[in-house]
Design a protein around this ligand. Structure first.
Ligand code: SF4
Ligand code: MG
Length: 339
């Protein structure tokens, strides 16, 4: 399967006034995303997953700064582009047409004083200059129908729709210009469980029809097990495990992944204690040395509190844990960027 996005050594920091050191929210992230693939990113509140989303879409604002790495987007029939280096103008051309975003709150995406249909028509005609108003409304009707919204609702204002319907409308709107990548940050946290299920199955159906890839960020690993092809687990700004959704569930390799899987009910509050894992995630401004998970890990052993485990291939996926990377232990002093 063709590669759509290549993220290489991406590092994002929250810069602080000198002499305070920056807070590293994403450290050295490297992964590929294939066309049509759904990659889930899971972790507790404050692990850097939302920062990853804003970095991928280049929507981050000061004090968040991408301080290292590359994000290569391979466009259909075009030259690959490094999103980190693109100008604001070039980025604007890619947004919505190549990369679309669905945020936690639909209200951030929808204009409260415009009828739903007019918002679709605007988005469509912005990218298809020669599309008539009539054709745009007809396409809008098709799009909302895909997420189970009756076309007559296109005449409604956002506040006249239920929360679940608004969220589904914002997903349909994100797909209006047929992007190759849709980035979603906890898009179902504001809706009930039944609606959540419905939205996820609609995302899967639309992916079948339109073929876009998804990066889907959530604190709720159980949700990703149904939705994602692959899952990355983040902890304290790093990816600590990555693999096929099935494998990650049936055979988690990292003790943190195991704890997340065994945590029921799913987390809804930040820094809540996990059922399977005592303690709370570390602050990104002062992560523990070595493996950042070591203060909470029941499997910790000699190298864990002063050596940072590297993400290495293991059991079909990748894991960063000394239990699975004995090679890393004997590799001598920790490279400076890792300490
Ligand atoms: Fe636990 Fe050590 Fe593995 Fe970290 S490296 S998860 S502390 S066993
Ligand atoms: Mg978040």
């Amino acid at each position: 399967n063709e590669v759509l996005l290549q993220v290489k050594n991406l590092t994002v920091e929250y810069v602080q006034p000198a002499p305070e050191p920056g807070v590293v929210a994403c450290r050295d992230l490297t992964f590929d995303l294939h066309r049509g693939e759904i990659l889930g990113v899971a972790g507790e509140s404050g692990c850097g997953k939302s920062t990853l989303i804003t970095a991928l879409t280049r929507l981050q604002r000061m004090p968040a700064v991408t301080t290292g790495g590359e994000i290569w987007l391979h466009r259909d029939g075009g030259q690959p582009a490094d999103l980190v280096q693109l100008s604001e103008r070039a980025l604007r051309r890619l947004r919505w047409s190549e990369i679309a975003i669905v945020m936690q709150s639909a209200m951030d995406a929808l204009n409260p004083v415009m009828r739903l249909g007019a918002q679709f028509a605007d988005a469509l005609r912005e990218h298809h200059r020669d599309m008539s108003k009539k054709a745009a409304w007809a396409r809008a009707a098709e799009l909302v129908a895909m997420v189970g919204i009756s076309p007559d609702r296109l005449r409604a204002y956002p506040h006249e729709l239920s929360g679940g319907m608004r969220q589904r409308a914002s997903i349909a709107l994100a797909l209006a210009c047929e992007p190759s990548l849709v980035v979603m940050d906890e898009p179902t946290t504001a809706v009930d469980v039944v609606m959540q299920r419905q939205i996820l199955s609609q995302v899967l159906q639309m992916r079948e029809r339109l073929g876009f890839a998804v990066v889907f960020v959530t604190h709720d690993l159980s949700l990703l097990l149904e939705l994602a092809d692959r899952i990355a687990i983040m902890y304290a700004g790093r990816v600590v495990e990555m693999g096929a959704a099935r494998d990650l569930y049936s055979n988690p390799q990292h003790p943190y992944t195991r704890g997340l899987r065994d945590s029921f009910p799913p987390l809804f509050a930040p820094r809540q204690e996990l059922h399977g894992i005592p303690g709370t995630p570390p602050s990104l401004s002062s992560p523990p040395p070595g493996c950042a998970f070591h203060p909470r890990c029941t499997r910790r052993f000699e190298p864990c509190d002063d050596r940072t485990p590297l993400l290495v291939p293991s059991g079909g996926g990748h894991v960063a844990c000394h239990l699975h990377s004995t090679a890393g232990i004997d590799a001598g002093p920790v490279p400076e960027e890792m300490s």
